[in-house]
Structures are given as C-alpha cells and as structure tokens.
Ligand binder design. Structure first.
Ligand code: KG4
Ligand code: ZN
Length: 353
C-alpha cells in the first residue's frame, strides 16, 4: 500500500492542471481562529474568523495558554462555518493549507494538527504556509490582477519586513526590524495612553484628532539603511508620557498619538521610498495588520503617485490575521508542488527568507 505522501504526489499533476483548485485555509498562529475557502488563489468563497480579543484584552495582551485552549474549542465550528458559507462539503475541497509558523507554538499546533487530521482522513494534499507570506498574499484577494515582481512592506504585530516579491513565491529581503515590530510599538504606545489591547487601531483613530507636530520623537539610525528600529522611539514615548504624569498633568492623548503615529509612519515610509527608488520598482504593496493604518496607507499612496508606480494594500478585512490569505498563499505552494507529509510540525520562529 502506498504512503500518504506517495498518493499525494501521484494526484498532484491533475490538481495543478485545475483552473481553480479549491483550497481550505486554516490559521491559528496567534489570537484568531480562522478558516476560509479560496478558489484559484484569488477568488474568495468564504471566510470565517473567531476573534479571541475579548478573552485576552482583560490581560492587556495575548495569553498563550488561553489562546491554545480557545483554538481547540473553536477550530471545528470555524471550519464548519467556512464550508457551509462556501456551499461545499469537506470532500469537495482540493487541498488543505495551514499556517505552520511563525507564531505561538501551542496555538500553531492546534491548526497544524487539525489540518493534518483532515488531510489524512480526506486523502487530500497538505500545504504548509508561512504566516508572513500569507499576509503578502492577502493582496491577491483584494487585487486579483497583482502579480510579482513587486516591493512589499509587511508590518504586523510580530514583523516589519521590506521584501521584494519575485516569481514562484521567492523573496529577497531588503530590510527588517532590528528590534520591535511596528505593530508591537503601536500597541505599547497605546498602552501608555490607557487604550485597551490591541491598541494599534485605537491609537490610529485617536491620532486623527491630534496635532502630529506637537512632539518631536527621535528618528533611529540603523546599521543597514533599509532596516527599521522602533525600540528607541517607544522608550522616548514612554518617557514623554512619564513627564506629564510626574508633573501631575493630564496626558494630551490625541497629540501624543498623532506624534507617535507620524514618527512610525515616517520611518516605515521613508525606507520604503528609498527601496522603491533604488530597486526601480513599478509596483508596491502593503501587508500585515499595520497596513490598516490610515496615515500609512495615505502616505504610501502619495509616495507611489509621486513616483508614478502602482500602490496596493489589502482591503481592511484582510490586513489583520485571517485564513483567506493562508488559502491564497497555499495556492502558490500547490502550484510549485511543495507538498508536505504528516510529520509537519509547528515552527514558532519560522522566517520568510
Ligand atoms: O497582522 P496582525 O493581525 O498579526 C500579526 O501577525 O502580528 O497584526 C496585528 C498588529 C497589532 O499590533 C495591531 O495593533 C496592529 O497590527 N494594527 C494597527 C492598526 N490595525 C492593526 N496598527 C496601527 N494602526 C492600525 N490601524
Ligand atoms: Zn499576522
């Protein structure tokens, strides 16, 4: 009798010929339990998400044990929902794509184990997806016409990367953060302003009413000109807030939020602009949770207009964690025939490159 992987390799050529293979995506790397069905890597059939934010917000951040437990409880119903909304039975799905890293190990393991069980029971290929690659592929759902090569700024709670996206899901790293990620910096600054977790979106809203020029925050110097650094900025912001408290003065929250947001966006956008010029790129895309930031979207659109290049960003729903982006990325994995066997494990520190 042939092994699971032998059977999958035999079935692969037929599947690769299909115009629009149906991929069930599963995402559980952090605090969203998500499942989605995508046809042909670009056409969304369903998208189900259970957000754990309410469970974690009382603690001011994600509690890994609580996240794993909630994933175990919700993954079955979330997958059922995605199939129901797509009008499909499990047997009609062509392949199962799952995030295997980076992320919280216990949380990842829930999705990986569930996907492996499904793949074996249904006799369908298992596709291992890198979460960061998933964020990049979210752009294909909102902009089906987008194709590599393009420059992408991936900014989320755990990552800040400038990458060149090449044909065949290959990537070239242009720059990355030396310390904190942009989303993490937003969340920490938001905490200083007593905004609940995750504070990034709330800080963004508050910043709309503030004066971004009231406080001057430091611009970091990184060893590599395209790298990022947010930890000095964060410390300067904490000290600034502390000074107000020491003087017994109320925090001018909107002005603080606006000044901080501008400092983060200035840094993200300046490096991206340099990379656009140096690389002669014709297309630029934003990705990751921070791609939802209003000022960052406006700034990158303006920069791209100035250089006469196309600017893309996922629709707001696909900036944060979701499984549609995992199914979209899984399509590329299927196309290049990179099937995995049932020994697939969670890789909490998986890198894109
Ligand atoms: O991509 P994501 O959902 O999860 C990770 O892979 O990390 O990103 C979440 C991060 C959080 O830090 C959140 O505060 C931040 O993205 N974020 C924002 C905005 N929306 C989400 N940061 C700034 N402005 C926003 N509008
Ligand atoms: Zn993410």
């Amino acid at each position: 009798m042939s092994s699971y992987i032998e059977r999958m390799q035999q079935a692969l050529p037929d599947l690769q010929q299909k115009a629009e293979p149906l991929i069930l995506g599963i995402e559980s790397s952090c605090d969203e339990t998500a499942a989605a069905v995508v046809a042909g890597g670009r056409r969304l059939l369903s998208d189900a998400v259970y957000s754990q934010i309410d469970l974690h917000s009382v603690y001011g951040g994600v509690v890994p044990e609580i996240a794993s437990r909630a994933h175990v409880e919700k993954i079955g119903p979330v997958v059922q929902r995605a199939l129901l909304d797509a009008g499909l039975s499990l047997h009609q799905v062509d392949a199962i794509a799952v995030t295997h890293g980076p992320g919280l190990v216990g949380a990842l393991l829930v999705g990986v184990s569930y996907a492996k069980g499904l793949a074996l029971a249904l006799n369908k290929p298992l596709l291992a997806v890198n979460h960061i690659e998933g964020h990049i592929c979210a752009n294909y759902l909102s902009h089906p016409e987008l194709a590599p090569p393009f420059l992408c700024l991936v900014a989320s709670g755990g990552h800040s990367h400038l990458v060149e996206v090449l044909e065949g899901q290959r990537y070239r790293l242009i720059g990355c953060t030396q310390d904190d990620a942009a989303g993490e910096a937003f969340d920490k600054a938001a905490r200083q302003l007593a905004l609940p977790y995750p504070g990034g979106p709330l800080l963004d809203e508050l910043a709309e009413q503030g004066d971004p020029h009231r406080f001057r925050l430091p611009t970091p110097h990184t060893q590599q000109p395209m790298d990022y650094s947010f930890s000095g900025l964060k410390t300067a912001f904490v000290n600034l807030c502390h000074q107000f408290r020491q003087r017994g003065e109320p925090l001018p929250k909107a002005d603080l939020a606006a000044s901080f947001r501008m400092a983060v966006v200035d840094q993200l956008a300046d490096r991206a602009e340099k990379a656009i010029i140096q690389g002669g790129h014709r297309r630029f895309a934003l990705a990751g949770g921070v791609a939802a930031n209003k000022l960052l979207r406006q700034r990158m659109q303006a920069i791209c207009d100035e250089h006469g290049i196309q600017c893309y960003a996922p629709s707001l729903r696909y900036c944060g964690d979701n499984a549609a982006m995992i199914a979209a990325a899984g399509h590329g994995v299927l196309k290049r025939g990179a099937l995995v066997d049932l020994s697939l494990n969670a890789q909490p520190a998986l890198r894109l490159i």
